[in-house]
Design a protein around this ligand. Structure first.
Ligand code: ZN
Length: 312
């Protein structure tokens, strides 16, 4: 049986036996969304109170050390079952969903969230989980467990970025290296580099080069700030890299309630579904505010073009 079928069976079984997850997936059906049009593309707000624990997660090292790791097997809820993926990873149902089928794929050992030597694992997951899009949030880019390596997955096609990529008018191929296409986005308010190709080694080599370039720009970081979104269609991988300049927008830290915005951008937000756990933010955010958030946390088109320009 294909692995993605096993995952669907596993997911249905979990919803029938784990009340917390069943309740939260039922609530997701009634979640409010708002569309903000940017002309050639749209961004959506999702009012999702269940995500407050992730959005407001304290990810500083003393807070992390003070809590039991919720991805380690011994600390998981009794009702949360696991589905092994090869010898290294375990698939879990995410009980606080954004997607209709929302998975967390966690490393079997408690190791820091680092992508450096795990990129080919991400491609392997994308290949095995057909119909799903896999994403990685860096330790200071939306991961609420920066101390335990994990990816997440949701049904492909849900995030507007995917449709915007297929439409083609916002991206441009700037070069080809060993059959892998390198594309950059223009006028999307978020600087993004996309790789498309079927050769895993070529994709991984390009990732390694990109990683080194980004590391050189921020040598003080434990890893360059980044979100990565990957899927596998036909025989090709499509991998979006969103290098980051900041963890959260300045408004996140404001004390004045009327100026504060509780949005903590991660892969899904930057792919066009902004999660607002508080209703006031859901009501308040407009095109200008969204654009401001994107610009604060992402690189601009010029920076992206410079970085992508000489990847080989
Ligand atoms: Zn852990």
């Amino acid at each position: 049986m294909a692995f993605s079928y096993k995952v669907q069976e596993f997911f249905s079984a979990q919803l029938s036996e784990w009340e917390l997850a069943a309740d939260n997936y039922a609530l997701l059906k009634d979640v409010s969304t708002r569309k903000i049009s940017f002309g050639p593309y749209d961004v959506f707000l999702q009012f999702n109170p269940g995500r407050i624990r992730s959005t407001a997660a304290r990810t500083d090292s003393s807070s992390i050390e003070a809590r039991p790791c919720f991805l380690c097997r011994e600390n998981r809820p009794a009702r949360q079952r696991d589905l092994p993926f090869n010898d290294s990873y375990t698939v879990l149902v995410n009980p606080f969903p954004i997607f209709k089928t929302h998975l967390t794929i966690t490393l079997n050992q408690h190791e820091d969230q680092r992508i450096r030597h795990r990129f080919s694992d991400l491609l392997g997951l994308a290949e095995a989980l057909s119909g799903f899009t896999i994403f990685y949030n860096g330790p200071a880019c939306g991961a609420s467990a920066p101390d335990h390596l994990h990816f997440q997955a949701g049904e492909s096609g849900f995030m507007p970025l995917e449709k915007d990529f297929t439409a083609g008018s916002l991206t441009r191929v700037i070069s080809r290296v060993n059959e892998t296409e390198i594309l950059v986005w223009k006028g999307y308010e978020r600087g993004i580099i996309t790789l498309r190709g079927s050769n895993k080694e070529s994709l991984t080599a390009l990732f390694n080069t990109l990683y080194r370039k980004l590391s050189n720009l921020s040598p003080e970081q434990s890893e360059p700030m980044i979100n990565i979104i990957a899927c596998h269609h036909g025989d090709s991988f499509i991998v979006h890299f969103i290098p980051r300049k900041a963890h959260r927008p300045v408004q996140y830290y404001f004390r004045e309630e009327d100026k504060k915005i509780v949005v903590s951008p991660a892969s899904v937000d930057l792919a066009g579904i902004i999660i607002t756990p508080r209703e006031e933010d859901f009501m308040k955010l407009d095109r200008e505010a969204v654009s401001d958030i994107f610009r604060q946390v992402c690189m601009g088109d010029d920076e992206i073009e410079m970085i992508a320009g000489d990847l080989e």
